[in-house]
Design a protein around this ligand. Structure first.
Ligand SMILES: [Zn+2]
Length: 382
């Protein structure tokens, strides 16, 4: 398969790399200050003043845990945690056990779990003695939507999986009498991710437009959830509260992996989000080869910006780490899984590239209105 030469050429024009982290002009919207520092790592610095507590030296975490336990009295569980099996959510599951929280684990199975992910989830459930509620996404609809996205030729091919996971998680969490949800999102490992490399996975208008143009089935069971419904139904009516506890402690990815391996029989996948075989293909081959976007760069830059890796270590790991090789075995697996022939799959991988904005998206006015409502709710502590 050929790379999209035009996009690669565009991304390599006037190459510049940040002097502090390792982000570079493969993000077409990157900007640099007079010292050569990029907008991404400068933003990470600002977040430290806006609620992120990377040193773990405040009592914010203690206060959160006290509130969660207090709110949990008389309810089914203290907290519901969305577990993908990846490092971040697995480490929160491990911590929930240490924090003695009555925890329900919700796992959304999109059909792409690696064998190792299944094993890791089993081991964590057994380690913590947790209850598990699994949502298995209808495979025919999942597959149809993913094929539609490939045909659309857009960069963010992980929108169907990511949307199913976040929407499915909220639906299943709200089935139980709980107030708090924990998510694995964190600044320490995910502080940097260029918006130009993808598009918002919560935009139902966009998902439905791509599916209407390129899908073949009706989406009857696929968990779709608009931002309006997320706000009014789950935030205002159900009063589900969300927290990212990894932002309130000194989270170090390598130490978390060591602890998980030692205590909970968990094993690393070799790459961020590689618990999903689809995401491994998407991040490891599709995005860098079709668009010139290598998410390893952003993941490593995040670790530099949060002080977990030196710039030199990150550059070394980027040059020598996980290869982006696309093997014949991968190709066979993807084609078989999507129930198409290998030549059909090859054709899909050569579909013309299109930007997300070439398809329908939610209007900026509506997005702004929801953002304002969420900001007001944050201020009111809702
Ligand atoms: Zn930077």
């Amino acid at each position: 398969m050929r790379a999209n030469d035009q996009n690669l050429k565009k991304s390599q024009a006037r190459y510049q790399q940040c002097t502090f982290c390792i982000m570079d002009t493969s993000d077409p919207l990157i900007t640099f200050n007079e010292d050569g520092r990029c907008n991404h790592c400068l933003a990470v610095d600002r977040w430290k003043a806006q609620g992120w507590n990377p040193s773990g030296d405040s009592n914010k975490l203690d206060r959160l845990l006290e509130t969660v336990k207090s709110d949990g009295k008389g309810r089914d569980y203290d907290v519901v945690l969305g577990l993908s099996g990846g490092v971040d959510s697995s480490y929160i599951a491990y911590l929930c056990k240490q924090w003695d929280l009555r925890t329900l684990i919700v796992h959304v199975d999109t059909g792409w779990n690696s064998e190792l992910a299944v094993k890791n989830i089993e081991n964590l459930i057994s380690y913590g003695g947790f209850d598990l509620d699994t949502l298995v996404v209808d495979w025919d609809e999942m597959r149809d939507l993913q094929l539609a996205f490939f045909r659309a030729g857009v960069p963010n091919q992980d929108i169907p999986q990511d949307h199913a996971i976040s929407a499915g998680f909220l639906r299943h969490a709200s089935r139980h009498n709980v107030k708090w949800t924990f998510i694995g999102t964190n600044y320490a490992c995910e502080g940097i991710l260029p918006t130009s490399w993808g598009y918002d996975n919560t935009d139902v208008t966009h998902i439905l437009d791509i599916h209407r143009r390129f899908g073949t089935l009706r989406l009857k069971k696929f968990p779709l959830l608009s931002n309006t419904e997320r706000f009014f139904r789950y935030r205002m009516i159900w009063r589900l509260k969300k927290a990212s506890p990894l932002n309130l402690l000194a989270y170090n990815k390598l130490e978390a992996i060591r602890e998980l391996e030692k205590q909970a029989g968990w094993r690393y996948y070799g790459g961020k989000h590689y618990e999903s075989r689809f995401t491994k293909f998407f991040q490891g081959w599709y995005l860098p080869n079709r668009w010139g976007y290598d998410k390893r760069l952003a993941h490593l830059a995040s670790l530099v910006a949060s002080g977990q890796l030196s710039r030199q270590e990150a550059l070394h790991e980027f040059a020598t780490g996980v290869t982006l090789e696309y093997t014949a075995e991968d190709r066979t697996y993807m084609a078989n899984k999507l129930a198409i022939s290998e030549p059909e799959f090859d054709n899909l991988m050569q579909t013309q590239c299109h930007e997300h904005f070439e398809y329908r998206t939610t209007s900026q006015r509506k997005k702004k209105a929801i953002a304002i409502l969420n900001a007001i709710a944050n201020k009111m502590g809702l």
